[in-house]
Design a protein around this ligand. Structure first.
Ligand SMILES: [Cu+2]
Length: 144
């Protein structure tokens, strides 16, 4: 009996972990770097539900992504947006900060996940957006 209860507990925590790592990704049908970012997430243990969209700008507006933070694809995890080439580690950071509406890597910086080009890396930041519309830097990646 005791063993059964332990097993039930184990299974429910595994289920919760999987749920945390499931992300919906919306992208344009012709976006190659979006697919490369999806591979980065899968390599880091995420389950990705891939959605091909005709109108990304309407979708971004609906999800509350400010135009200044916009990039190519838009992910949604646990009700929060993940805009652009955000590294997997920063998605976990986002999920631990309940006051944030989402996180973004604006534009498409070379060297961010899915934007690899040899060893070249531009400096870029991961920006968090809170419910008051304030931005804060979640991570700072230097150039090389
Ligand atoms: Cu891109």
């Amino acid at each position: 009996m005791r063993r059964l209860i332990l097993l039930a507990g184990l299974f429910s925590s595994l289920a919760n972990a999987a749920e945390l790592l499931t992300i919906d990704v919306h992208r344009d049908p012709h976006c190659g770097c979006c697919k490369a970012w999806i591979s980065h997430l899968q390599d880091n243990g995420f389950t990705v539900n891939d959605h091909v969209e005709d109108n990304m700008s309407a979708l971004k507006q609906r999800l509350g992504v400010p135009p200044r933070l916009a990039s190519c694809h838009t992910g949604v995890i646990d009700g929060k947006f993940v805009e652009g080439h955000v590294p997997a580690a920063d998605i976990l950071k986002l999920s631990r900060q309940p006051d944030l509406l989402g996180a973004a890597v604006p534009g498409m910086p070379t060297g961010s996940p899915g934007m690899e080009r040899g060893d070249i890396r531009d400096a870029y930041q991961v920006i968090g957006l809170d419910k008051q519309g304030q931005e804060r830097v979640l991570s700072d990646y230097p150039s090389n």
